[in-house]
Design a protein around this ligand. Sequence first.
Ligand SMILES: Nc1ccn([C@@H]2O[C@H](COP(=O)(O)OP(=O)(O)OP(=O)(O)O)[C@@H](O)[C@H]2O)c(=O)n1
Ligand SMILES: C[C@](O)(CO)[C@H](O)COP(=O)(O)O
Length: 233
Amino acid sequence: MHVSAIIAAGGRGKRMNASISKQFLIIKGHPILYYTLSTFEIIDQIREIILVVGSADLQYAREEIVKRYRFKKVKIVEGGAERQDSVYNGLRELSPQTDIVVIHDGVRPFITRSIIEKSIQAAREYKAIGVAVPVKDTIKVVGKGNIIENTPDRKTLWAMQTPQSFDYRLILEAHERARREGFYGTDDTVLVERMGLPVRVIEGAYENIKITTPEDIVIAETLVTLGYGDFRR
Ligand SMILES: Nc1ccn([C@@H]2O[C@H](COP(=O)(O)OP(=O)(O)OP(=O)(O)O)[C@@H](O)[C@H]2O)c(=O)n1
Ligand SMILES: C[C@](O)(CO)[C@H](O)COP(=O)(O)O
């Protein structure tokens, strides 16, 4: 079984409002991407890791991430305008022997080895898996004039995270179909959902945060200090 990973790191991080792309911001001495990649590198069954970065960050990623930290399995690929375009570019670069592909956000450094391995195992069985957590807040659908339209039953609501793991041929077909039809989604599982095929969720972890806005940096520093995550320390 050939397992590959795609780390999506082709965004600029506009909501972070920093002077560099947020995935290169330093948390407790190391760039965010270092933490994410080092957790993937230690998983033996993952044979290759495609790191997708924006055109302006290609050289920096090569020098300051791959060379500096001596990542052995990481190959860099240029990203696209949207996350979905970046993942697609990564999918096209995978070895044709790939059976299962694990897609993960570069800015979720607190993912654990155990969750990644569970998602791979589940994808072998079910072909399309998203890691998610049950929502803790009450969620409202809000319409015009900020008027609440309805309150979905919380028991049915999960917040999607990454990794999302798939049968390689299935997710490639899902991406190609979405591109032909001009559909853009905010994660990869929705591309399989719209083919009418089942996608399962497995439980992730609340600490598997996506570093998005400035206050997430403070949370991330605290999580590193408290020992969360499986990265090389
Ligand atoms: N064209 C893009 C846009 C996003 N991503 C990646 O997708 C992940 C999740 O996206 P998000 O947190 O929204 O990152 P950005 O798009 O960079 O953030 P923003 O929307 O604030 O600009 C990030 O690791 C990001 O680098 C990507 O690979 N290619
Ligand atoms: C894929 C994702 O991380 C699942 O929560 C998320 O949808 C990415 O969204 P963004 O629009 O790139 O922040």
